[in-house]
Design a protein around this ligand. Structure first.
Ligand code: TYC
Length: 99
């Protein structure tokens, strides 16, 4: 009786999760509080109450966490903040760092 060798192929499929990045808004002396709230609601999809809390945290502690995203989305948020700020004549900045 012929013995066939059965080759078991074990695919070592590793599921890798994408790295996540924290996006922070930075404080400055010129951007208005209302504009920061607008940014938090429209770019970071926060409620008015959440936006107010984050804005005040940035105002008091120099930076505040706006959200955690994959690299591409975090990069886009940072760009959107700078572009919207520039368009409105404000120096508001955002930064991202690996979680
Ligand atoms: N410090 C600003 C002011 O007093 C308000 C402000 C808050 C600016 C948060 C930037 O990310 C910021 N008008």
């Amino acid at each position: 009786m012929a013995t066939d060798t059965i080759h078991e192929v074990s695919h070592d499929l590793k599921l890798k999760y994408p790295k996540k990045y924290k996006v922070y808004l930075l404080n400055d002396d010129y951007t208005t509080m209302d504009f920061v709230i607008d940014v938090l609601m429209n770019i970071f999809r926060k409620s008015y109450e959440e936006a107010q809390d984050i804005m005040l945290e940035v105002h008091k502690k120099e930076r505040g966490l706006c959200g955690v995203y994959t690299h591409e989305i975090a990069e886009t948020k940072v760009m959107q903040v700078v572009t919207k700020a520039k368009d409105n004549g404000f120096p508001l900045k955002a930064t991202m760092e690996e979680e």
